[in-house]
Design a protein around this ligand. Structure first.
Ligand SMILES: [Zn+2]
Length: 576
């Protein structure tokens, strides 16, 4: 049977979210948007109805709901709670219309959680700027944050991927101190664009340190650095974090033709990003994926194709060669009225949307590429970066079938585990990796990754109980130097607080391989157990004492890394 595609959320209430004819977030987008989806065979099959007040209360304050309801009956009331003339004006019925957007995303998520569908797409959703007590940036109720809150009520973990050109500030703020929600936003830098936030140093606090990730790109940046950020960070963060559900926001306003922002993206890149999110959901979250729309103000040429590409990704279908000729004919006159012609004949765009990359774009892209590298260094565990860059591991590859792994490690009972100072590949193959020792979150993938590393210069010191690896210290010589870098140091949750990490490190620094006379470790927010996190500051203090006790000198990391993670440290042990 053909894949019916994602549950498609759209109905009569979708077009009631309407700030008026002069507002950029216009319900006119649903006309060409839904009809292009229908031309692909998509059928809207979930009509949004308003979420209840109890549901909206999960992320919004009661006084704010009262304010929205008051504007709903009296749109002329004086401005408050972010509602009034400007970005988010009042309109009659705005509570019901806004609650219906929230309800669409909530019902879609419930269908996913019940297992009725694996994927759902809500093009009218993605109102990611709404705050607990304030409307912002065309957004009244925060439907992605509510869908995430619904998942959290079931105790499941969420990866949120925000591809809108604007920082996903509301979703980030609402879930900022929840270590069970990882938000990733890739956007135009707030130095030039609303809402002004989303810097590389917004990483989350306390137990949730490392669960907010932001990639601010320079104005003028095109698809290559943007896709580089998506391709690197989405699969690597998913592998490290281990989500149960993926929620994504596919604003189309990063497109080169969008009138409100300054990135130079293409529908081609947006489609590839959607397919990558789909692949990540299947590899890391049992397929559970809610996609939403978002911004997008070129509503004839760009928004419909972007929505179609997201839907096609969720339907696991190839991109057709051409957009429907009937669709182009049907919307040509209306598109011309708004200066958005001609309607493109293809879903994908030519490279760089058909424009040459000039010197200014090239300079912007160099800065953006450096930002992507910096963010990856700060938030992706070193072991995963090294493993991917060296070809030990593919975060989207099939789950390894070989050696089983213990998701729940054996509980520490009597006696300490045995320390194996140096382990070869043959020994490793007989062992099982416990969960939570090291990234990735899936210990089966971790076992395969380390097996590949051991054939490529990785040095492993292990703590073993029975056949179960409950702690590990890993390093590898840096090519062309006499230094080795620590790639990971970890102990499974049930085996912590008894000095095991210190014993592992002490054993690891003994007898380094020939030619290595210095061992270095760089520690950032990436170095954490995402399932059993410690307060970020406490974790850093423990690491500092641990490395100093093993003869390392600990200092602040270089200024570059500290722009993202001010508390990042480097530990160096010379003369081993
Ligand atoms: Zn899929």
């Amino acid at each position: 049977m053909a894949d019916p595609g994602p549950l498609l959320v759209y109905g009569p209430r979708s077009t009631t979210y309407d700030f008026g004819p002069a507002h950029p977030l216009t319900p006119r987008r649903f006309g060409p948007g839904i009809s292009l989806l229908e031309a692909l065979g998509a059928v809207p099959n979930l009509a949004p109805e308003p979420a209840t007040d109890d549901e909206l209360d999960w992320v919004h304050e009661a006084g704010y709901l009262e304010a929205v309801k008051a504007f709903s009956v009296d749109p002329a009331a004086p401005s408050r709670a972010g509602i009034g003339p400007g970005d988010t004006p009042a309109f009659a019925g705005m509570h019901e219309a806004s609650a219906a957007v929230a309800g669409g995303s909530l019902r879609a998520m419930e269908a996913i959680l019940r297992g009725e569908v694996v994927h759902a797409f809500h093009p009218g959703g993605g109102l990611h700027h709404a705050m607990p007590a304030r409307a912002s940036g065309f957004c009244v109720y925060d439907d992605p944050a509510l869908a995430i809150a619904r998942v959290r009520r079931d105790g499941l973990r969420v990866l949120y991927v925000d591809l809108d050109v604007h920082h996903g500030d509301g979703v980030q703020a609402i879930h900022l101190d929840d270590p069970g929600v990882l938000t990733l936003s890739i956007h135009e830098t707030g130095r030039y664009l609303f809402p002004g936030t989303g810097g590389v140093n917004e990483l989350g606090e306390g137990m949730a340190a490392g669960t907010a990730v932001n990639v601010p790109l320079e104005p003028g940046t095109g698809e290559r650095p943007w896709l580089a950020a998506v391709r690197a960070l989405v699969p690597e963060l998913a592998a490290a974090f281990g989500p149960d559900v993926v929620v994504s926001q596919h604003g189309a306003d990063g497109h080169a033709w969008d009138p409100l922002a300054h990135l130079n993206l293409t529908t081609t890149a947006m489609g590839e990003a959607a397919r990558l999110v789909d692949a990540v959901a299947h590899r890391h979250a049992a397929g559970r994926w809610l996609a939403t729309g978002g911004g997008g103000y070129d509503v004839y040429r760009v928004v419909p194709r972007t929505w179609s590409l997201v839907w096609l990704a969720g339907a696991h279908r190839d991109v057709p060669a051409a957009t429907s000729a009937d669709w182009r004919t049907r919307w040509a006159t209306e598109a011309a009225r708004y200066g958005q012609t001609p309607l493109p004949a293809t879903f994908d765009d030519p490279p760089n949307a058909g424009e040459p990359v000039d010197a200014a774009q090239d300079a912007a892209e160099r800065r953006s590429t450096a930002t992507v590298a910096l963010v990856r260094r700060a938030v992706v565990p070193r072991l995963l970066r090294e493993a991917r860059d060296r070809g030990w591991w593919d975060p989207l590859g099939a789950a390894p079938a070989g050696r089983p792994a213990d998701v729940e490690p054996p509980v520490a009972t009597t006696g300490m585990p045995t320390i194996l100072p140096v382990v070869d590949a043959a020994t490793w193959d007989k062992l099982v990796l416990a969960g939570g020792v090291l990234a990735p979150a899936d210990p089966g993938a971790g076992h395969a990754l380390i097996a590949a590393g051991l054939r490529d210069g990785l040095r492993a010191t292990l703590a073993v109980s029975g056949t179960s690896v409950v702690g590990a210290a890993l390093s590898r010589p840096v090519d062309g130097t006499s230094r080795a870098d620590m790639l990971g140091l970890g102990v499974a949750a049930g085996w912590r607080r008894q000095g095991l990490a210190g014993r592992l490190l002490a054993a690891h620094v003994e007898g380094p391989p020939a030619g290595v006379d210095e061992l270095a470790a760089e520690l950032s927010v990436a170095d954490r157990d995402p399932r059993d996190p410690l307060d970020g500051r406490l974790r850093r203090d423990i690491a500092r004492r641990l490395f100093e006790a093993a003869g390392f000198t600990v200092r602040s990391a270089d200024a570059g890394l500290r722009t993202a993670d001010p508390a990042a440290i480097v530990a160096v042990r010379a003369g081993t």
